[in-house]
Ligand binder design. Sequence first.
Ligand code: NAP
Length: 336
Amino acid sequence: MELRIGLIGCGAIGKEHIKRLQYKLQRCRIVAVSDVLESGAKAAAELAGGVKWYMDVPSIVNDPEVDAVVVCSPGFAHKEAILCAIEAGKPVFTEKPLATTAADCREIVEAEMASGKHLVQVGFMRRYDRGYNQVKQILDSNEFGAPLIVKCTHRNPEVGTNYDTPMAVHDTAIHEIDVLHWLIDDEYVSAQVLMPKTTKYSHPALKDPQIMLLKTKSGAIIDLEVFVNCKFGYDINCEVICEEGVVHMPAPSFPSVRRAGYYATPIEQSWINRFIDSYDVELQNWVDCAKRGAVEGPTAWDGYVAAVTADALVKAQQTGAEEPIVTGVMPAFYRQ
Ligand code: NAP
């Protein structure tokens, strides 16, 4: 039996996921879509091959033909859709963030625990990227000893003038925030942000680049450079320095070229292309898990941890001090 999906929010990523779920992935099909904009909902219904469309969350979630829900609305609208799906007892995949405040994330965590069922997965797709998984496999083998330092870069060619200093956390570092504690199997305890000289390509509301430092419970230190006007490409790097060796995440492969006096390898330019494969793996895994009532990917707790960590980093951007990250103990429900 195919998983019958209702997809909420038919904007940029919503349309991508409709195409992916309807025409590319296996064992699932979109049966309904919804958007606050009638024309958006109708166009997405057509894109999905002429499915039902709605303009409100309860109608699509409670449609008896919908087995599971995918949320692609803007972050501020996620909470309503997720809580509605939990109340209906239906699996729900939400694009990141889980919700826009730590308090709202906590409310979702409590609602899911009260339901007694694992229903929520957050769309942190880097956990499905081949490179991160190769690094994790090596770290989990224990052959390199414990991770001591993690050095990462998240560089982007350029951003619009509406992108400001806190967005370096909420829109950019948020992916590292989720993937790195999973990668080294540790918990964050504090955050600090160092502000080097700002590039001439930035503007007064954006400090760029930034160096974000995250300390973990075991004492490891993560050093993440976020540089969103680096000019040369979308450059994601991750190197883990361990007790008995160093593990470097592979870069996406491009042909090397010899031309005009240079021997060169291109650098990816677009974030969409860099992680395009991981969206497919992520959603296929979610479909297969949802069919058997399981959640293997980032949980609501992970979404809550990301929100608390992001808040500490934004505070650290302002204070320059080392700020505590206090999530409390992970409930037993999420350790299963
Ligand atoms: P978008 O293009 O603005 O699309 C959002 C769509 O949802 C719009 O059609 C919007 O309609 C509609 N909408 C607004 N409120 C709604 C509601 N209450 N119920 C149903 N639909 C609603 O945004 P996007 O770029 O696709 O991003 C959507 C989400 O995906 C965000 O949370 C974003 O962070 C996440 N995202 C994740 C990744 C990733 O790498 N994992 C990448 C991109 C985006 P109007 O335009 O009329 O408001």
